[in-house]
Design a protein around this ligand. Structure first.
Ligand code: NDP
Ligand code: DGY
Length: 329
């Protein structure tokens, strides 16, 4: 059961989370929950205080879980459950050293994130935010042959960097638009790529041949800064770049240069560094850059399911039983 030598298991939750997860935790009983009960991220000092003596930690991608946090928690800590599929915010080497289990939320957010990425790609390629703005500011004078023209998917080549769960779901949604070739790159070729006629190619080939590049890989030391000056300089001048993975995969200074020099046509970003992106950031002055506030998984239903899965992962870790989605590392 949930008892640690007759005492309640202590859990710290770093944010207000959807009620689905909270209900599961209270229904399980016997775990004493303390929470940073706010929609704003927990300040570092409060995180370090809150985790003290905790057996379980339920966190978000905005919480940096490093040696300092683990040391502050102390030897009770058995499980960390993150309400995200990405785990680049956690120092896995330090976590492993201490024998702590990790839960995360793959699959349940794949459809929502793929859908948002397609929306961002279309919004960027067809200049939707610019168009909306022109309607409001009186810039719409008449139907004009070359005004607000963009790029279409029909007959195009799409390159997906990281054909994982989300990359694959993006590819499946893009193919019906009439995509001619679907290229992908990564560490290994994927059997599931056959479903979208995906061609496994070297990154350089993907970059130079694609009309649309979609980044959907995880952030690792290998992918950090992958999209840099050299990368953008190989892209077609007419190509559109979209990132819904993690901001740090992109060198934003290099992206800014590529967008202002005409090296590439446009960029759509759901993720940035830092988050939030400061409102005076140079990228936000560009008409050909569409920036969203990291809303890939943001449907009511998906966030509720993520919260429930994070709660179940936490309980499994506390009880020393199976976790529905345990990260193996
Ligand atoms: P997966 O693990 O299924 O996919 C990640 C893919 O990244 C794998 O296919 C892997 O391919 C690939 N990859 C790893 N290293 C490289 C590399 N060096 N070059 C190219 N590809 C690489 O994860 P998900 O699809 O579920 O999620 C992917 C990421 O999306 C998450 O890690 C998260 O950061 C982000 N995300 C963003 C959201 C948002 O709101 N914008 C929502 C959800 C997720 P291989 O095995 O060949 O290395
Ligand atoms: C994740 O889960 O990693 C996303 O970035 C947010 O859902």
């Amino acid at each position: 059961g949930m008892q640690a030598v007759g005492k309640l298991m202590k859990v710290f939750i770093t944010r207000r989370v959807p009620p689905e997860g909270m209900k599961i935790l209270s229904a399980a009983g016997a775990c004493e929950v303390s929470q940073w009960d706010s929609d704003e991220p927990v300040p570092r000092t409060e995180l370090l205080k809150g985790v003290q003596g905790a057996h379980g930690l339920l966190c978000l991608l905005s919480d940096k879980i490093d040696a300092e946090v683990l040391d502050a928690a102390g030897p009770n800590l058995k499980v960390i459950s993150t309400m995200s599929v990405g785990f680049d915010h956690m120092a896995l080497d330090e976590i492993k050293k201490r024998g702590i289990r990790v839960g995360y939320t793959p699959d349940v957010l794949t459809d929502a994130t793929a859908e948002l990425t397609v929306a961002l790609l279309l919004a960027t390629a067809r200049r939707l935010p610019e168009g909306v703005e022109e309607v409001k500011n009186g810039g719409w004078s008449s139907w004009t042959p070359l005004w607000l023209c963009g790029y279409g998917l029909s007959g195009s080549t799409v390159g997906v960097i990281g054909l994982g769960r989300i990359g694959m779901a993006i590819a499946q949604r893009l193919m019906p638009f009439g995509v001619k070739r679907l290229l992908y790159s990564g560490r290994t070729a994927k059997a599931h790529a056959a479903e979208v006629n995906g061609e496994f190619v070297p990154l350089d080939t993907l970059v130079s041949e694609s009309d649309f590049i979609v980044v959907s890989c995880s952030l690792t030391p290998e992918t950090q800064g992958l999209c840099d000056k050299a990368f953008f300089s190989k892209m077609k001048n007419t190509a559109v770049f979209v990132n819904s993975s993690r901001g740090a995969v992109v060198n934003q200074e290099d992206l800014y240069q590529a967008l202002t020099s005409g090296q590439i046509a446009a960029a759509g970003l759901d993720v940035t560094t830092p988050e939030p992106l400061p409102t005076d950031h140079p990228l936000l002055t560009l008409k050909n850059c569409v920036v969203l506030p990291h809303i890939g998984s943001a449907t009511y239903s998906t966030r509720g399911i993520m919260s429930a899965l994070a709660a179940r992962n936490l309980l499994g870790g506390l009880q020393g039983t199976d976790m529905p989605s345990e990260l193996t590392f």
